[in-house]
Design a protein around this ligand. Sequence first.
Ligand code: PYC
Length: 316
Amino acid sequence: MSDPRVRVIDSHTEGEPTRVVVEGVPDLGPGTMREKATRFSTEHDWLRSAVCNEPRGHDAMVGALLCEPSEPDCCCGVIFFNNVSTLNMCIHGTVGLAATLVHMGKIGAGDHRIDTPVGVVVARVHEDGSVTVANVPSYRMAAEVPVEVPGWGTVRGDIAWGGNWFFLIDGQGPAVEFANLDALTNFTWAVRQALGKHGITGDDGMEIDHIESFGPPTDPASSDSRNFVLCPGKAYDRSPCGTGTSAKLACLHAAGKLQPGVIWRQAGILDTVFTGTVEELPDGKVLPRVTGRAWITGESVYHFDPADPFRNGIPT
Ligand code: PYC
């Protein structure tokens, strides 16, 4: 394996890290972003692991591969990934990517189309540096789906698509408080395993790999709800999770609890907030718009010593 020069720019979005690979991106060939993501997984998975896993990363790290777009009029394409696999979509990562492109002098305030494996999203960079992401169409697939979870009994949740598949639980399991991180991780991990065991999936048999538990806000003056989101690699999202917020917006709208244009303030477990709205689409889905802020935290050039036993990261 040759030693590529890989350069990354790190940021965090409301607490959740994003590491954008800006140099050393492998040639993923022609085709759609979905095809490129598959090629990245099958042929370059070592790079995903080297970027996200220890010793360079940690289990909460989300990587973003800056690619050539496949769709017209996009400023770039992106493939998100984490400690275990590629991700369909990531909104905190899109906010981090937009902040990174601003930092690099590649974009400024305004609308920027970004090609992802699940469709084109639009990042609007505001003058104050915050970013609003117009996500892919989102929808609630099923409401109040029961699943038997060992140790927890029957847990009910909504299944929704917000760019990833989510199981949304409200008012069951441990209280959504920072002091309960371990208990929330154990609970949501048990729910995820139970969904898999009982064959409960999203549309097209896609795995529900994000579990979201909701509780009341810490301070109703600053948010409407607080969540805990378990990501596919068992790390919790430090931000309120933008695709999870999109799924929540779709569920609220489907339940008649959120009208188009009305702002929902979703706090995460660290009490940072994403704001979101929905626009109704003709097919019954909604277009979520989610706003958050990201901060650049560092830049690195990586070395890949062939003698390093953990050159490609320590698998999670
Ligand atoms: O913000 O969409 C998001 C996200 C997905 C996984 C981690 N963050």
